[in-house]
Design a protein around this ligand. Sequence first.
Ligand code: SR1
Ligand code: MG
Length: 418
Amino acid sequence: NSEYKALSPETLGVRLGALDVMKQAVGASPESWSVREVGDGNLNLVFIVEGEAGSVIVKQALPYVRLVGDSWPLPLKRAFFEYHALTRQEARDPGSVPEVLYFNEDQALIIMERLQPHIILRQQTMQGLKVEGLAQRLGLFAARTAFRGSDLSMAAPDKKADTALFAGNVELCDITEALVFTDPYFDAEMNRHTTPQLDAVVAQLRADQALKVEVQHMKRAFTSRGETMCHGDLHAGSIMVTGNEARVIDPEFAFYGPFGFDIGMLIGNYLMAYHAMPAHIADEAACKDYQNWLLSVIEETWSVYCAEFLRLWRTERTGILYPKSLYEDQGHEFASEAAAQQLLGEIFRDLVGFAGIEMHRRILGLAHVAELDTIEDEDLRAKCEAKCLELGQLLVMNRNRLTGMDAVIATARQTECG
Ligand code: SR1
Ligand code: MG
């Protein structure tokens, strides 16, 4: 046991140089390592450490929210949840996350594989660069982690023990409960929107009582439906990509929640990128092409999710829910197929609602997205943001009426054209 102390580029070599894992992965002479702090997220320190043997990522939680400062304390134990979530995600979808090399709970520190030459997905998107296989990778990730972390697959005692473990991630769930589901919908202290041109739209949205009721229904699902282990923060900054590979990082918000939460947040991020693209790609035809690609990624992610979820339903349904024994007599397997389709329908309606809420909070709340925030022309930024807000509102309000992902995409196109 050792008392927590935040690392710095100057101290990292001295403090971690004796670890076998660092000697093997980076090299035995820490004095020659190059250490850079590269964290661009809202919460943690992230270092790239390079030496003669290779390089690793060292991630360390800070005892406060980095974005805000030490006026907002945040427990170090989030590194514990991140570590346990990474190990579960690797088991449930091998190869989807970086390899964990070392974990130190006292120092809230994880040493992991450096993904190279990967960059954060939203940086790729803002350059108008596509990622081959993105929908396939993320659709599989979302479906496999959802299915294999649930009572459809896990042994009941394991699921209950894991639910109890992650129930300790109180403060990070509290961030989502406040920053995602509540603050954006009233004049909360930490809210900020960056363009006064948006004031009227924001006022109209906050006056929409029906919308606020729907959002609270979704928040109730978030807080009370522990269906599976969710990543908890699956936005475009939690995915690292190359031109043909994608991996998921940063599951410190992990908790047991609704099946549709992760995929909903992901699709909300794709839709924000869709509306932000005209500010990032000057050529109109190239922009349209990229927007169409983003919509095709959404459609394919969901179709991959459904196909994989159904495959696992048929081949790995060993948990306490919809047990095969109930349906196998007299050739009644069709009843379980119908149940699977009904469940996918429910997941779809949830994901549409979560996507819309994610779009709202990234414009109205504390934590924004670079696709929108970096648009220098204020009028253009306000225009893109207004489209996102409108689309978010339509998704939340119509989530029980939209017939499928093609209807979501048609709604996105409708808000693009005004
Ligand atoms: C205070 S933390 C703000 C946001 O950053 C994280 O990445 C989560 O998305 C959280 O909501
Ligand atoms: Mg993060």
